[in-house]
Design a protein around this ligand. Structure first.
Ligand SMILES: [Zn+2]
Length: 277
């Protein structure tokens, strides 16, 4: 790492001298795990999950589960990277309060972080919209296989799409798994576009910010409103912000930003752990 960047890492480490820091992460921390950042520069526009259509249209749900089955089979290589592990190590050393994340990829927990506030839910969890029971995506996909024998093998070569999805051609005969407890509709435990973050989840994030001496934003351009609400909370409390990101963010010009590092989350967080000893 260049000397200039090393100075900035030192300055970032100094910020940790005032007590534990709260961390907010976004897609940029997971790109090195092979999960694309759809908001990053040069990425094509995408069609996000339409949750209203999902809830009202059985054909949409057939396509969703068919795509999820094949997408899951082909995404088994996704694992936490050194950036996730650096944050888990910082928590272990009581340098950070915990991680607030906009990601739904479960990689913070899988890397060993214990206090994780998932603002947008967790895509590896499936819940019943009627009775609220939760299952792992894997369990529901196992049931999908029982309901649709031979489907996975027949469609294993379908083109892979973002968010653990795949473009399966023919889904007309697919049987959608329903809640085994009440027969209700099962959906990913994720906050989709147009839905709101549950108040208790936001409050959990807010309480981490309240207890922190600074708020570190990493791998996020702050394009999502919930992230900005936490920035506003930090400013109201009067704690400084630090930013690690590739490319501009929505907070760059704010007076509360004490330090900005233009760079990837993985190498910067790894260097930070070294600087903090
Ligand atoms: Zn149910």
């Amino acid at each position: 790492m260049e000397a200039v960047q090393a100075d900035r890492i030192e300055a970032l480490a100094v910020l940790f001298g005032n007590g534990p820091v709260a961390v907010l992460t976004g897609a940029g921390i997971s790109t090195d795990s092979g999960i694309p950042d759809y908001r990053g520069a040069g990425t094509p526009p995408r069609t996000p999950m339409n949750i209203s259509q999902f809830m009202h249209d059985e054909a949409y749900r057939r396509r969703f589960w068919a795509g999820a089955r094949i997408g899951f089979l082909r995404s088994t290589g996704v694992a936490p990277n050194a950036g996730h592990r650096a944050l888990a190590a910082l928590e272990e050393a009581s340098r950070i309060e915990g991680v607030i994340t906009q990601n739904v990829d479960d990689l913070h927990r899988r890397s060993g972080s214990r206090t994780v506030v998932e603002l947008h839910g967790n895509g590896s969890v499936i819940r019943c919209v009627t009775c609220g029971h939760r299952w792992s995506r894997e369990e529901v996909l196992d049931r999908f296989d029982d309901l649709n024998p031979g489907f996975a093998a027949r469609n294993a070569n379908a083109e892979i799409a973002p968010d653990g999805d795949a473009r399966v051609r023919s889904t007309g005969g697919v049987t959608v798994p329903a809640c085994p407890v009440c027969g209700g509709i099962l959906r990913p435990d994720v906050v989709y576009f147009g839905e709101t973050v549950p108040p208790a989840v936001f409050e959990a994030g807010e309480s981490l910010v309240r207890e922190a001496s600074a708020l570190l934003l990493t791998g996020t351009s702050l394009a999502v409103n919930t992230g900005m609400r936490l920035v506003h909370r930090a400013e109201r409390i009067g704690i400084p912000l630090a930013v690690i990101n590739r490319g501009p963010t929505a907070v760059d010009a704010r007076g509360s930003v004490r330090l900005r590092i233009e760079g990837g989350a993985t190498e910067t967080l790894t260097a930070l752990v070294e600087a903090l000893g």
